[in-house]
Design a protein. Structure first.
Lengths: 140, 493
């Protein structure tokens, strides 16, 4: 096992945030490959296409408020297709929503690994990656 | 009169006299010539004395026993007495335990003697007095709470109503039958009430309804109609007994309260929404700014620094725009008290259409309007301008390129409320999914580069700030219809 993640997805409609995220991950060499989507629909289309079975991510950073398909709809869709996926994917909800309902809902959802509130500082980011790594290692 | 001598005043008396003496009644006699007076044993006992305990004289009767206020009426009955006719009066006499009510009957006989009987009617008199007081009390109470009684005899469908009901309904005379009464109620409530009465008659179910009616004088009032069924031994209803109460005032208060509650609720929702925007949007922008600044610090390559800095510029510009938007929202509430003027819908709408001429032309859109049902409104011109502008821009922006674009705007009046109906045949929106967000800030639902998510939010805020409301009907690929209540309860000329 290497100490970096293979592939990370970021699903968010905030372009600046995505840029910052990508830059940060590259700079810290936390992950080899970052793929981003602007909404849940595009990501789900990619995910459910069997052609892409080899290109699946280890981790998805998912926003809640998005056009087309929002974070919660994505989670619902994910539930129904995850059985067909070739690997286990950890989903982190990263959002600026501090709504109590959202937080409780995320904490109680078995498909969501963690709920992270934006803005995420670099320390938190590093922690998240370490956390994912240790989970992945434990799984193997 | 041997009745007195031989029987009434000795112990050796036949049954009849004994009975009279014990019957709570007293007999007295006066000889108009000799002025001699006799009182029966029962007379003494009636007043709580033993025979001989008090002076037996005409003067003692009138001056000591008779209550001073009753003296004249008593004396009158004596002077006016004619033979053969009995004179009945109610008087108060002083007993051993204070004054009590007696009924006095006086009869004159041909032999020059006057005979009077006294019967104790104190209890009866007190009850009567109590009853009168109670009745007055009830009448006054009913008047105070505007309450009346009514009854329907099931057998002959006969309607009986109390005087108070006539007063409440402002009627000159008793209604002939139930239908006559029912006809006073507003149509919707008439059916409701008729059905309730019928059910009450049929199965005995009581009812309690708040209904509206038009009184004999044409006033619209709210009344409470409440009734129960009286049933016979077989369980059949034979009488519907009810009350009617004028509740206009409390109903009006209730409505005022409801209105201010909904106003406060709206205000609260808007404030919450505003707080949400401030926390959600500012957080994400500030967060982005922080990330960028950190990245800028940690990068050493000049070209990367340049790229990151350009992002910092973008974020700070967006942040600036957002603050401006927020400012605009806050201003809506502060501007709402500015002077309203009479606006001619057509003129204003035309000027907006003119201002958006190039957009309309490039969309090849047909814009129609009809303000004939309500040509004018008293409103803030700047707001109405902004509302029309936003709706029109919105309709053009989210048009369906596959169809000839048709946009219509109409005004109408309903229940004294002034409405604007704005309809397009554009892309439409999935309300089941986005319905709760449609009038929120920075909510966009279509992949369009120029979607800012601010227009409808401002529109909603302007409308609600002036006490109106906005709702939407839409279906995807068919079109969208906005129903705007501009003014509620307008005083129409």
């Amino acid at each position: 096992m290497s100490n970096t993640l293979q592939t990370v997805w970021i699903i968010d409609d905030d372009e600046i945030y995505k840029y910052g995220f990508r830059k940060f991950v590259t700079m810290k060499q936390l992950c080899g490959n970052v793929i981003d989507f602007s909404n849940g629909r595009d990501a789900m289309d990619y995910l459910s296409d069997p052609k892409n079975n080899e290109l699946l991510p280890d981790v998805i950073f998912l926003d809640i408020d998005m056009p087309q398909m929002d974070g919660w709809d994505f989670i619902e869709a994910f539930k129904s297709i995850k059985i067909r996926l070739s690997r286990k994917i950890s989903i982190f909800m990263v959002t600026s929503s501090i709504s109590y309902q959202d937080i409780v809902r995320a904490k109680n959802h078995s498909d969501i690994t963690e709920y992270v509130v934006k803005p995420v500082n670099s320390q938190q980011f590093s922690l998240v990656f370490t956390d994912v790594l240790s989970r992945q290692t434990a799984a193997f | 009169m041997n009745l007195f001598e031989s029987y009434l005043f000795t112990d050796d008396t036949p049954d009849l006299a004994k009975i009279i003496n014990n019957a709570n009644g007293g007999v007295w006699e006066i000889d108009l010539y000799t002025r001699s007076v006799r009182w029966s044993v029962g007379f003494y006992k009636l007043l709580g004395y033993e025979p001989g305990e008090i002076e037996c004289s005409y003067q003692y009767l009138t001056d000591h026993l008779l209550y001073h206020d009753d003296k004249s009426i008593f004396l009158e009955s004596i002077y006016n007495s004619q033979s053969g006719l009995s004179n009945v009066t109610d008087v108060r006499l002083l007993t051993k335990n204070g004054y009590k009510w007696y009924q006095s009957t006086i009869q004159q006989y041909n032999d020059g003697k006057l005979v009077g009987t006294l019967i104790n009617i104190h209890q009866f008199k007190i009850s009567q007095l109590q009853l009168t007081t109670d009745n007055t009390f009830v009448t006054e109470t009913n008047k105070l709470v505007k309450l009346g009684r009514w009854e329907i005899a099931v057998a002959n469908n006969k309607l009986v109503i109390s005087k108070e009901v006539l007063d409440i309904f402002e009627l000159q005379q008793q209604p002939d039958d139930l239908n006559h009464l029912l006809n006073l109620f507003l149509p919707h409530y008439r059916d409701m009430l008729a059905e309730a009465v019928q059910t009450c008659t049929k199965i005995g179910r009581p009812f309690d309804l708040d209904v509206q009616l038009k009184t004999g004088k044409g006033n619209i009032i709210w009344v409470k109609m409440k009734a129960v069924a009286e049933i016979d031994e077989y369980g059949k209803c034979f009488l519907v007994k009810g009350i009617v109460q004028d509740i206009s005032l409390s109903k009006q208060n209730e409505n005022d309260l409801k209105r201010s509650l909904s106003f406060v609720n709206n205000q609260n929702k808007r404030l919450q929404n505003f707080a949400h925007i401030v926390s959600h949007n500012l957080r994400s922008y500030v967060g982005n700014l922080q990330i960028m600044v950190n990245l800028h610090k940690e990068t050493t390559k000049p070209e990367e620094q340049f790229e990151i800095f350009s992002h910092i510029e973008t974020v700070s510009a967006t942040l600036g725009t957002m603050i401006e938007h927020l400012n605009e929202i806050v201003q809506i509430d502060s501007e709402k008290n500015k002077t309203k003027t009479i606006i001619v819908f057509e003129l204003l709408f035309k000027s907006i259409v003119n201002a958006l001429k190039s957009n309309i032309q490039s969309a090849n859109a047909i814009v129609k309007y009809d303000f004939s049902k309500c040509p004018t409104v008293k409103y803030l011109p700047a707001y109405l301008e902004s509302i029309f502008h936003n709706l029109l821009t919105n309709a053009l922006k989210y048009r369906d390129p596959e169809r000839q674009v048709v946009i219509t705007c109409e005004s109408k009046v309903e229940n004294n409320d002034i409405y604007i109906i704005f309809e397009d045949n554009g892309m439409g929106i999935d309300l089941e999914k986005y319905g709760h967000k449609i009038f929120g800030m920075y909510e966009t639902f279509h992949r369009k580069a120029d979607s800012q998510g601010i227009g409808l939010y401002i529109t909603r805020n302007q409308i609600e700030a002036l006490g109106g409301s906005i709702s939407i009907e839409s279906s995807v690929n068919v079109g969208t219809k906005f129903i705007i209540k501009l003014v509620s309860g307008a005083n129409l000329l």
